[in-house]
Design a binder for this molecule. Structure first.
Ligand SMILES: NC(=O)c1ccc[n+]([C@@H]2O[C@H](COP(=O)([O-])OP(=O)(O)OC[C@H]3O[C@@H](n4cnc5c(N)ncnc54)[C@H](O)[C@@H]3O)[C@@H](O)[C@H]2O)c1
Length: 345
């Protein structure tokens, strides 16, 4: 059975979505939409897609698609989700899910009310190294986890492809931060507290371009999430995330160049967990391209009732809450209890 989809937002990252959809045999993207007609037409023509629209509501009403893939930036997500929810079975929305908790909660309510599924395009947990780590944790190789560190540090010029990143006032926590918050909830467990320090290192960037967050998890584990867009490394190391996860039976060390060392009761072993380079991709972006394919294959499994959305909109509201709470923790130099923080809003 072929699933018919439409895509909204023909910008920088949508190219990965469209290459990945083209790789999945039982998916057909029948139309794309962008406010900018030239972009919509150029994208449709590049990917052999029949129709290009400039009005997302018109496209969704006309095409009645099985799924809608939203690849716009956060400000438009709530409006688009509320518009499309009654017309489709699955809504896929890029991160950040929204800029505010109220918008994110409204998106969950709109999809619940329409009886449609909301899946957030959160692809870091779908990167090959993290799928491998999740499998080992689930198999009990590390035992009970008590410490983790996820680190994303580089000085690659992201601003060339995504100029808005240099302009937004809330940058690193709402960009890479969301990915790291999702990773630590996914691999270590639910978060209960956090503290945060932010830094603005690059004078040409408006928002914070570095942060260090300490997360307390239900069950007692601690994780440290650190990110910098101004770490002078040669080569730059973008877009790799490194990790260190300790449990009472063993430790996993995911180093640069995708070397994963597993320390266990019988010694240590190092594995190569580098992602394959997609036919349409190239290094060093392959870890991203491969994760988009894995994520979108998961979206098909959700459409076919073979999987629950990972992460769902409802799950991702808490990830967004962590990023928003982190700004307050940094400003007040305090530790935030996430449940109390959310209740107080
Ligand atoms: N998951 C990842 O690894 C990853 C990586 C990069 C970007 N992103 C996310 O992807 C999203 C898009 O980022 P980008 O860099 O491609 O942005 P972009 O600005 O290049 O593209 C967004 C496009 O959406 C269009 N658009 C906006 N509102 C619209 C509407 N209502 N109807 C139709 N089109 C509309 C714009 O005209 C633009 O062409 C962001 O939320 C970003 O955070 C995710």
């Amino acid at each position: 059975m072929t699933h018919l989809g439409v895509l909204i937002g023909c910008g920088f990252f949508a190219t990965n979505h469209l290459h990945a959809w083209a790789e999945i045999p039982n998916v057909d993207i029948v139309a794309v939409c962008d406010l900018d007609e030239k972009k919509a037409r150029a994208t449709a023509s590049r990917f052999g897609i029949e129709k290009a629209y400039t009005d997302a509501a018109e496209m969704v009403a006309a095409e009645a698609p099985d799924f809608v893939d939203i690849a716009t930036t956060a400000a438009s997500h709530r409006t688009l989700v509320e518009m499309a929810a009654p017309h489709t079975r699955l809504l896929i929305c890029q991160k950040p899910m929204a800029n505010t908790l109220a918008d994110a909660e409204a998106m969950v309510a709109a999809t619940d009310q329409a009886g449609t599924t909301l899946l957030i395009h959160e692809n870091f947990r779908w990167q090959r190294p993290f799928q491998e780590i999740a499998r080992r944790i689930a198999a009990g190789e590390l035992g009970n986890i008590h410490f983790a560190r996820f680190s994303f540090r580089h000085s690659y010029d992201n601003y060339a492809n995504q100029p808005y990143l240099a302009q937004i006032e809330r940058f690193a926590l709402m960009d890479v931060g969301l990915h790291l918050f999702d990773l630590t909830r996914h691999l270590v467990g639910e978060a209960t507290t956090l503290s945060c320090r932010t830094q603005r290192l690059n004078p040409d960037v408006n928002g914070e371009d570095a942060f260090t967050v300490i997360v307390g998890h239900a069950g007692g584990a601690t994780s440290v999430l650190d990110c910098s867009f101004f770490s002078k490394l040669t080569p730059h190391r973008f877009p790799q995330t490194t990790a260190w996860i300790e449990g009472d039976r063993g430790t996993i060390d995911l180093d640069e160049e995708y070397r994963m060392t597993v320390h266990g009761p019988s010694g240590r072993k190092t594995y190569d967990v580098e992602a394959a380079v997609p036919g349409w991709g190239e290094k060093p972006w392959h870890v991203v391209g491969d994760s988009v394919v894995a994520f979108q294959r998961h979206a098909v499994a959700v459409l076919e009732g073979r999987a629950e959305p990972r992460p769902s909109g409802a799950h991702n509201v808490k990830t967004l809450a962590m990023a928003l709470a982190a700004y307050e923790a940094a400003a007040a130099n305090t530790v935030i209890d996430l449940d109390r923080w959310k209740e107080a809003r």
